[in-house]
Design a protein around this ligand. Structure first.
Ligand code: TTJ
Length: 644
């Protein structure tokens, strides 16, 4: 911008071009909010909080802020407060506006003033405070600069007042209070646990930063929740947390880190006595659920280090085949955290790290430093190698069991399970399989379905305790085997998502305790043995109605307790029929309420849902008594919590 333009801007900042652009910018956010925060569902609502908190975390990483407080207010508005230097209030040359106003009104200005560090590019990440402002019914900011308290308020992105001084202060810091706009969001109620999980993760990733979460909404007993999240040990404590409901098989968490070529990488890991792998990776504090170069680098180095060590110390015979990658990751809890300038985020949900430099850096670090650790700690090394070799033997046994089942089913003449009522179409764009608990519900579903596209598989027999099962047991389990053969894409390392026989796998179980257990078990099973099925969005939960309200010819199905009131207003004096189970519905009712693609409501299961199911399953079926007692106590009068 030229000198001339600049003076014009500061003389008349209400009507100049940049100001108009600003308005158009925030208008665009309100027109297409999904483009900026992913969605306007509950997920988008929570995303607003992360966008604001990110700014305070940046200030903490710059070394000027020690405490961040996040409060859910009684009306579901949010307050975020930090004790950093405060957003600058001085006039910014390019715009002629106070810097703080630029932060809240200019798209992509972000809060990255001079903080430097690792900027995030691409995806939905770091879109900034202006997006939150645009999507809030109102937003107010208080800045303490050690002398004055500055204040400004906005409504749906438009400022209501110029930045003004409203008092004196001797402290520094920023407080932002906003209320998500009911014109934008479908859901306005904050979920404490969703914020807690995410903020805890941020506290682990940023060792030494204190984040305090508070709920100002009283619970049923009149209590207020609060959590103080402060982890001096960073990702080492994160790994202990991942293993909190499991038995670790060596005492200390292993930790390696490096700084190279403008990049940082750190990894913490510890093995437990379960059979599942739990690797979570992050790039610039963003959870890379689709993995990427940092994860690939880690996995290939881990496989190499363990094989080299086992061969060097003659723990394996020369003729033995190598340990596979999966063998070396059985029972592994691991956090990978990397920082990279101009991170490239790829993949469907922009959560896959693409920078190839990271693969090399992580691979080299793990090769060198994990080898060094094993040489210095031979007792721990032996425990880890033993675990991987046991996994290897079990996997070989599973392969044999699998080949046996294949042979058997081939002899039986048809590979599909007897109880399956298949659909006629083979087009996975349209085909669905309903996995139904109970024979009577299965019968209604078979009669009520659209047989071109909908297959029905009733479940029977005793459920398997997945917690204690390796793939070989799963292959011979009478309840899960039909699920595996019907889906038709294998399990474990053999699972191939392109081979699935149905585009949607729909779990249909009652809205009671038993139904909740079955959902938890099936989700845990998919999470552990068919993970891409969930990652690619193929798994759904059917949502059967809780009530039918009817009077004469009028009737309405009701899916939540809140809807019941509305239904009774629409049908005054209506009779209320409560559905205790799917089996109580006749085929037509089941079709109308739960199966008709035009009318039904289904919940798509995402990785967070599945991870939560896996955690609940671990607590309920695992060896540790204390977490189970706590869980059952906390959920004793509220079985719904078993569900996702
Ligand atoms: C930037 O460099 C100069 C001194 O202040 C730095 C800064 O902007 N710090 C800062 C911003 N601390 N906290 C924020 C912040 C806090 C919240 C809650 C919301 C926003 C948008 C920024």
């Amino acid at each position: 911008m030229t000198e001339e333009r600049m003076s014009k801007v500061s003389e008349d900042n209400n009507y100049d071009e940049s100001q108009i652009q600003v308005l158009e910018g925030l208008e665009a956010v309100r027109k297409r909010p999904g483009m900026y925060i992913g969605s306007t569902s509950s997920r988008g609502l929570h995303h607003l909080v992360y966008e604001i908190v990110d700014n305070s975390i940046d200030e903490a990483l710059a070394g000027f802020c020690t405490k961040i407080e996040v409060t859910i207010e009684e009306d579901n508005s949010i307050t975020v407060s930090d004790n950093g230097r405060g957003i600058p209030t001085g006039i910014q040359a390019q715009t002629g506006l106070p810097a703080v106003e630029v932060v809240f009104t200019v798209l992509h200005a972000g809060g990255k003033f001079g903080g430097g560090g690792y900027k995030v590019s691409g995806g939905l990440h770091g879109v900034g405070a202006s997006v939150v402002n645009a999507l809030s019914e109102y937003l107010e900011v208080h800045i303490h600069d050690g002398k004055n308290v500055h204040y400004q308020k906005y409504e749906r992105g438009d400022k209501l007042n110029e930045l003004k001084i409203i008092g004196e202060t001797d402290r520094t810091g920023t407080t932002v209070h906003f209320k998500p706009d009911y014109e934008i969001f479908e859901d306005l109620i904050y979920d404490y646990d969703v914020l807690l999980t995410r903020l805890r993760e941020q506290a682990f990733l940023n060792a030494g930063v204190r984040i305090v979460l508070k709920d100002n909404r009283p619970d049923a007993k009149g209590n207020y929740r609060t959590d103080d999240l402060y982890y001096e040990g960073g990702i080492k404590e994160f790994v202990k947390y991942l293993n909190r409901n499991k038995e670790a098989i060596h005492p200390e968490v292993i930790y390696v880190s490096t700084v190279r070529e403008d990049c940082e990488a750190e990894i913490a890991l510890q093995y437990n006595d379960s059979y599942t792998e739990d690797i979570e990776s992050f790039a610039n504090n963003i959870n890379t659920t689709e993995g990427g170069t940092h994860e690939t680098g880690f996995k290939s180095a881990l496989t190499k280090v363990l094989n080299d060590y086992a061969r060097k110390y003659k723990m394996m015979k020369d003729s033995d085949k190598n340990l596979s990658g999966e063998d070396t990751r059985e029972g592994l809890a691991c956090i990978i955290s990397v920082k990279v300038k101009e991170a490239q985020f790829e993949g469907q949900t922009k959560t896959k790290l693409g920078n190839s430099v990271m693969r090399t850096i992580v691979e080299k670090m793990v090769n060198e430093k994990l080898t060094e650790f094993m040489e210095e700690n031979p007792a721990v090394a032996k425990i880890i190698i033993d675990k991987a070799m046991t996994a290897n033997r079990a996997r070989e046994a599973a392969k044999r069991a699998r080949e046996n089942t294949r042979r058997k089913t081939a002899l039986d003449g048809g590979a599909l399970p007897g109880k399956l009522a298949d659909c006629s179409s083979k087009d996975t764009e349209y085909t669905e399989i309903y996995i139904v608990e109970g024979d009577s519900a299965g019968g209604s579903a078979k009669e009520g379905r659209d047989r071109r596209y909908q297959a029905i598989l009733p479940l029977w027999g005793k459920m398997l305790n997945v917690e204690k099962s390796r793939a070989d047991k799963v292959y011979t389990n009478e309840k899960l085997l039909p699920v595996i053969t019907a889906i038709g894409a294998g399990i474990g390392e053999d699972f191939d998502v392109v081979k699935i026989r149905y585009g949607k796998v729909i779990i249909m179980a009652d809205a009671d305790v038993d139904g909740s257990h079955i959902r938890t078990l099936l989700l845990t099973f998919f999470f552990r043995f068919m993970r891409p099925l969930i990652e690619n969005g193929h798994v759904f939960l059917a949502q059967p109605p809780l009530y039918r309200v009817h009077k004469g010819k009028k009737q309405k199905y009701v899916y939540t307790e809140e809807e019941l009131k509305v239904a009774l207003e629409e049908i005054p004096d209506g009779k209320v029929q409560r559905y205790k189970g799917l089996g109580e519905m006749n085929p037509t009712q089941l079709w109308e309420t739960t199966m008709d693609p035009e009318l039904r409501v289904m919940k798509r299961v995402d990785m967070e849902d599945a991870r939560r199911a896996d955690e609940i399953f671990t607590i309920l079926m695992g060896d540790k008594v204390e977490p189970r007692r706590e869980f059952i106590e906390e959920n004793s009068n509220n079985f719904v919590n078993l569900d996702i």
